[in-house]
Design a protein around this ligand. Sequence first.
Ligand SMILES: *[C@@H]1O[C@H](CO)[C@@H](O)[C@H](O)[C@H]1NC(C)=O
Length: 373
Amino acid sequence: MHHILKTLIYLLALYGAHAIEKNFPALKNDNLLRAARGEPVDRVPVWVMRQAGRYLPEFQEVRKQHDFFTICRTPELACEVTMQPLRRFDLDASIIFSDILVIPQALGMTVEMHAGVGPVFPEPLKTPADLAKLTPEGAVGRLTYVGDAITMMRHMLEGRVPLIGFTGAPWTLMGYMIEGGGSKTMAKSKVWLTDYPEDSKKLLTMLTDAIVDYLEMQVKAGAQLLQIFESSAEHLSKDDFLKWAVPHIKDIRDKLTERLKQQSIPTVPMTLFAKGAGHSLKEQATLGYDVIGLDWTVDPVEARKEVGPNITLQGNLDPQDMYKTPEEVRTLTTEMVRKFGKERYIANLGHGITPQTPIVSMETLVEAVHNAL
Ligand SMILES: *[C@@H]1O[C@H](CO)[C@@H](O)[C@H](O)[C@H]1NC(C)=O
């Protein structure tokens, strides 16, 4: 009986997702999706990593009243902060407000956001025996609030710009789960890779499977492009990046594509942003991702040579450049866009915007991108 009920609810949810899909408002500005697919654009699309964030006073206001993860878990609040940068700036994309650490939470770990510190895991994974405490069964069912926020946001956007969904990549999530928060060295996680290779692989595979389920759910909920954040790629040597990160990143793309195909659901473009992995752009270009995000250490012209003509590039102004005068921000942005060119390019920063960034820098950046070519 329980099983029949569960199946019924699942089928209803599926039907619901498709029924809602049909009612989404028509997209008015599709430059982001066109750029991702390699089609001509009216203007170079621009969005900014962490564009819904602490540099906005209206975001700070919401944060004063609500805990970080409460905002993530409450679709109305998540949508409100997702909308905030779009009210101020002429952006070409929206990205659902959430956090990469919702996956470790769904796997049963406690994650708290501490002011001035960042995410904290009171009980990180210490030894491989701790893997038994993780709860991969039904993990995606504990993330339906993200799908609800995505669906709500698609309606709120009224087709103004596309909505991006996202996830952390396996190595980056493994790092947080073992270090217990952000780390400057990833020392403990690297010990896992050398001392417990089998268990590391097991954990990375568990994360990969949860991520595929999670992204499938995001597409069904209405995400129009998906970005994978491998933010901690910078801690790995090229060999280790290729060995420990890349196979799982490839699996995510392959398995998700297969999963959607089986259900006759159209795929959406996917972006890989592996911060600090400019050493492996050629390899990244072979993984099936439509867009490769670049950090600011990579030269646009060299990146294009590495990835060839059939990949879209995204990036890559140094977030620290946003502290310069508007004239300097305008000049640097214009130079950057001209180096990348109008084809197969999405303008962005080379990492998330920082909390102290002046609003005028965002205004200048967006305007300069649109006027560069
Ligand atoms: C790029 O795509 C075109 C059209 O599909 C194809 O003919 C060409 O061989 C591709 N180039 C590379 C370098 O993969």
